[in-house]
Write a protein that binds this ligand. Structure first.
Ligand SMILES: [Fe+2]
Length: 200
């Protein structure tokens, strides 16, 4: 997986709100990922409130999607390795955050039948605030679904991320983002969070 990231900002201590990079993934592996969540879907959950630390809850108003948690074994080992190199490269070129390790990769499915979506949120709200970088890789062709846009709220109006298959969108986990309801077809993505030391 090779990234080509444009990353220069005028201030060397500044960094872009997010970047888009092309990932090298063959069609066979992408089909395998899609099959994994179709064969063994698990309801997507959100972290419970601070009073219920460590618990997860289902809130279908906020999030309606299915996930497959990718085990770090067998045919998936190469995916983890490639992904690790990809993130290391992006982080060195662009963000330069203090990172420690990757959380389990997930393949997510948002489908039209249930208006699959994930409302405005950040990935690093307590108790998940050791998450520093988030990545979403588009696994579907843009024309295979309607709606299902990954959007950022840096300011109003929201900014739409690329829908191009194999495009990885990499952003600081504190960014406010959402996936708009899928109204036709299904959108699949590979998502990951990279953890690190506390912000300072
Ligand atoms: Fe998210």
């Amino acid at each position: 997986m090779v990234a080509e990231a444009h990353s220069q900002t005028a201030d060397p201590h500044s960094f872009p709100n997010y970047i888009t990079a092309e990932m090298n993934m063959d069609d066979q592996m992408i089909a395998h990922m899609i099959q994994a969540v179709d064969n063994d879907p698990e309801e997507g959950v959100i972290a419970a409130s601070a009073e219920e630390e460590g618990r997860f809850t289902s809130d279908r108003a906020l999030r309606r999607s299915q996930v497959f948690r990718v085990p770090a074994e067998n045919e998936w080992i190469g995916v983890y390795q490639g992904f690790g190199q990809f993130i290391e490269q992006i982080n060195a070129q662009v963000f330069n955050f203090n990172l420690e390790g990757i959380e389990a990769l997930q393949i997510a499915r948002y489908q039209a039948g249930e208006l699959g979506h994930y409302g405005w949120h950040t990935d690093s709200a307590y108790p998940n605030n050791r998450r520093k970088l988030s990545i979403s890789v588009q696994l579907s062709e843009s024309e295979d679904y309607e709606g299902g846009d990954l959007e950022f709220m840096f300011r109003d109006p929201p900014v739409k991320a690329s829908r191009q298959k194999r495009h990885a969108i990499v952003f600081p986990s504190y960014s406010v983002h959402r996936v708009t309801p899928v109204t036709k077809g299904a959108r699949y993505s590979l998502v990951a969070w990279i953890r690190g030391e506390r912000w300072r």
